[in-house]
Design a binder for this molecule. Structure first.
Ligand code: ADP
Ligand code: F6P
Length: 320
């Protein structure tokens, strides 16, 4: 393989730049040329790509977002869009593609491989941590740290005013960010899509905690459960606690990546290039325990990552 390309697709996440840097420098070190595709499948269809060198990825390991930018492309879901994309790869003599993104982006990579014979390797990049077979995706650790910092700040003002705060966090249909941040901030309750919730039970618990002398109460709500603003209307005044709502929103997706994400992204970038040069295709780099392994797309795409039930148990016990 003489030339490969790299793209970021779907929702961006901190650590994507570290992964791009690793792909580019690893490939160049092995005498392979690298093209960077602008804005994921959209840029691939439009032929928007440029040759990268060591300097194109200088000074980016610490930056959030993605220098290659990202997009969601409806056109790539059509046969005509896919043919345009494949033709652009062929015209530029690109033999292998590294796709950094979530489940949808990997689905696109699988199609390129299965239908058109392009060799593709995926790197899991999504704050949601909803991709199967990898303990962590790139961006998750940074997003968690951002959420925890924000909830710690909310906690300060909540306890000064005897308030309950409902904090809505991202995660699409996955409750991982909510569950882990609830444990890390000592929240009183967490609502996640994977588990049926009991609002009356939660209200009763908050009243009880107020009577026991707690000065504030934090409830983390995963966006997949519903809008925190709607829950806010149901909660109102509980015991002596008045309720306020905070929706953290897209600030969870930005910011400088943590050391964990920089290293994970760097290791996965290297593994992805090595996999392509090894002739592998339709595989994703995955963190399993402490090792970066390769997992076939068929074991990941469209599947639901099981929730760690031990974490749920811990959240329940420690919120007393
Ligand atoms: P993520 O990768 O974060 O899950 P999306 O689900 O939005 O984000 O997917 C990113 C892009 O991947 C889509 O905009 C589309 O271009 C491509 N994609 C997603 N699903 C498919 C599909 N079923 N067929 C072809 N391309 C897809
Ligand atoms: O998949 C990452 C994510 O941030 C989800 O947590 C969230 O539901 C979604 O993307 C938001 O998408 P958009 O940036 O298109 O509003």
């Amino acid at each position: 393989m003489k030339r490969i390309a790299v793209m970021t697709s779907g929702g961006d996440c901190p650590g994507m730049n570290a992964a791009i840097r690793s792909v580019v420098r690893t490939a160049l070190s092995k005498g392979v040329e690298v093209f960077g595709i602008d804005q994921g499948y959209k840029g691939l269809i439009e032929g928007n790509m440029k040759k990268m060198d060591n300097r194109s990825v200088a000074n980016i390991i610490q930056r959030g977002g993605t220098i290659l930018r990202s997009a969601r492309s409806m056109e790539f879901k059509t046969d005509a869009g896919q043919v345009k994309a494949v033709n652009n790869l062929a015209e530029n003599c690109i033999e292998g593609l590294v796709v950094i993104g979530g489940d949808g982006s990997l689905t696109g990579a699988k199609i390129l491989s299965e239908r058109y014979g392009v060799k593709t390797v995926g790197i899991p990049g999504s704050i949601d941590n909803d991709l199967c077979c990898t303990d962590m995706s790139i961006g998750v650790d940074t997003a968690l740290n951002t959420i925890v910092r924000a909830v710690d700040s909310i906690n300060d003002t909540a306890s000064s005013h005897d308030r309950t705060f409902l904090v809505e966090v991202m995660g699409r249909n996955c409750g991982y960010l909510a569950l882990v941040s609830a444990i890390a901030t000592g929240a009183e309750a967490v609502l996640i899509p994977e588990v049926k919730y009991d609002i009356e039970g939660i209200i009763g618990k908050i009243k009880e905690r107020y009577e026991q002398g707690k000065t504030r109460s934090i409830i983390i709500i995963a966006e997949g459960v519903g809008s925190a603003a709607d829950f806010g209307k149901v909660f109102g005044m509980i015991g002596g606690f008045d309720t306020r709502v905070t929706i953290l929103g897209h600030l969870q997706r930005g910011g400088s990546p943590t050391v964990f994400d920089r290293i994970l992204a760097t290791r996965m970038g290297t593994a992805a290039v090595e996999a392509l040069l090894d002739g592998k295709t339709e595989v994703m780099t995955a963190l399993q325990k402490t090792k970066v392994e390769l997992v076939p797309f068929k074991d990941i795409i469209g599947l639901k990552k099981p929730l760690d039930t031990k974490l749920l148990e811990i959240a329940e016990i420690l919120s007393r």
